[in-house]
Design a protein around this ligand. Structure first.
Ligand code: THU
Length: 141
């Protein structure tokens, strides 16, 4: 289990990242803070594109930053989001981001923290949000 202060710090990081979101098309900012197994934190924001489909979510930005720096094992991710850069609703990862998590995370233990602020958050396991997910284990043997 994560300590309360760790959860609160991740939420603060995610909220801070919403300032960095590049969102000229949706106006919907998302921030993410990803905790690696060794305790470091990688932050991400959503980055949109005029051609739409190259847009990337905050969660994948955080994951790809971390993996590109050599991290492949993770404890938790905090996610915040909303219109006008206000985290006024519980934002949960899209299906594509859940699948990216499935590649690197244990669905039973990896925690997804969906937050409005450090006092108001919901905690899920990856398995809660992606039951019966397809991952690396399915390709073994
Ligand atoms: N978005 C994320 O970054 N993460 C989510 O969990 C949901 C959606 C982004 C994609 C797009 O830039 C905007 O939010 C609206 O869908």
């Amino acid at each position: 289990m994560l300590r309360e202060e760790t959860i609160r710090a991740l939420i603060e990081d995610a909220l801070g990242m919403m300032k960095m979101s590049y969102i000229p098309y949706s106006g919907f900012a998302v921030g993410a803070a990803l905790l690696t197994e060794d305790g470091s934190v990688y932050r991400g924001c959503n980055i949109e594109n005029a051609a739409y489909s190259p847009s990337v979510c905050a969660e994948r930005t955080a994951f790809f930053k971390a993996v590109s720096e050599g991290h492949t094992r993770f404890q938790a991710i905090a996610v915040t989001g909303g219109k006008d850069r206000k985290a006024d609703a519980f934002c949960t990862p899209c299906g594509v981001c859940r699948q990216v998590m499935m590649e690197f995370c244990d669905p039973e233990t990896f925690l997804i923290i969906s937050a409005v602020d450090p006092d108001h958050y919901r905690v899920y396991t990856l398995k809660d949000l992606l039951p019966e997910g397809f991952g690396p284990a399915n390709l073994e043997k």
